[in-house]
Design a protein around this ligand. Structure first.
Ligand code: AKB
Length: 340
């Protein structure tokens, strides 16, 4: 099989870093990395080509599209939930109009190459909106069709873009003399909170978990903005990368849906704190809930039912809660700060 060319938007982001590092360690893939800000040197050197540009700039995307034949497009660029609440109209532009521009670019790519192009999309547990804590506890592991009533601009954006992807895959320009469906092969996963040892998220509401880990590794105190009983699903970054790659590699006929839940572990903030303290004895965490951000977290599910992903494309996390800390987070985040 020849070398694949993959476009990654949001290349400077957490998932972008992890994905580009993975591809750099494996042959057969040329990465074209794109971000609004210049890629950091480490990431840039791992890319075949990198570009600084705005996914809202159609001329920039057109110039990108004429320069490469992409096999897959990983559209990671987004404003996360907390930042999106502070800048809702900007979030809508980037998260929705930006995605629409990338979908249109995928159609152009597909017509130029005469084949279907895969569009890999990280959606989120933010598409869910549980009305209250008793319901959240009762629902437990949520299924893809349940409670998709998001209360954040980010969650609404992600849910709408899931529908956009389904439209482009199955119904795009359906009234044309020659319908144009079959150009885009949209595939998405609804990520839980992600925890990376090597990067910190910016502007997420699930950020309390990675922030707690990194502050402890730095030997610095951390004021946690959630209640101790707060429980949402999380995933170690290596598993998030695996999920995207396995979904990309799955044969289309195996996929019964466009978007899948993927899960790993669902600790409470108190359980996270206890595990962090076991790893970093000097950890100093105090809980001071931000009631507004807390309300967002209380609307997100305790856990996700990812049986569809396991059945259709063999999803299985490698890192449960204990292994994520013992074999990934603690050794890697310790090394990371010792090298500083
Ligand atoms: C956020 O907190 O906004 C994201 C997410 C859960 O999608 N990390």
């Amino acid at each position: 099989m020849g070398t694949k060319t993959i476009l990654i938007t949001g290349a400077n982001g957490e998932i972008g870093h992890g994905l580009i590092s993975h591809f750099a360690e494996h042959d057969g893939v040329k990465v074209v990395g794109v971000d609004l800000n210049p890629l950091d040197d480490t990431t840039r050197t791992k890319c075949f080509k990198s570009f600084t540009g705005d996914i809202l700039d159609k001329r920039f995307l057109d110039s990108l599209s004429t320069g490469f034949d992409f096999d897959s497009i990983y559209h990671l660029a987004a404003l996360l939930s907390t930042r999106a609440e502070r800048q809702p109209t900007l979030a809508h532009k980037v998260n929705v109009d930006g995605t629409l521009n990338l979908l249109e670019m995928t159609v152009t790519q597909s017509r130029l190459q005469g084949r279907e192009i895969k569009f890999i999309y990280p959606s989120s547990i933010a598409v869910y909106g549980l009305p209250d804590l008793p319901t959240k506890h009762k629902v437990g592991k949520i299924k893809e069709e349940e409670w998709t009533e998001p209360r954040t601009m980010y969650g609404i954006n992600k849910l709408y873009c899931e529908k956009l992807g389904r439209y482009y895959t199955h119904f795009y320009r359906q009234l044309d003399a020659e319908p144009m469906a079959g150009y885009v092969d949209f595939r998405g996963v609804r990520f839980p909170g992600l925890i990376s040892a090597l990067t910190l998220p910016t502007g997420g509401t699930s950020d309390f978990a990675p922030e707690m880990v990194h502050q402890a590794a730095k030997g610095e105190p951390y004021t946690c903005f959630v209640r101790e009983d707060t429980t949402i699903p999380f995933m170690a970054m290596p598993d998030a990368i695996t999920a995207l790659l396995k979904l990309d590699a799955a044969s289309r006929e195996k996929l019964g849906r466009e978007v899948y839940n993927v899960g790993s572990f669902s600790p409470s903030a108190s359980e996270l704190n206890n595990r962090v303290k076991k790893a970093f004895a000097s950890s100093d965490v105090n809980f001071k809930p931000d009631l507004k951000r807390q309300a967002i977290l209380d609307s997100w599910p305790e856990d996700v039912d990812d049986s569809e992903a396991r059945k259709d494309w063999g999803w299985k996390p490698a890192y449960g809660f204990e292994r994520a800390f013992e074999e990934y987070l603690v050794p890697a985040v310790t090394r990371f700060y010792m090298s500083k």
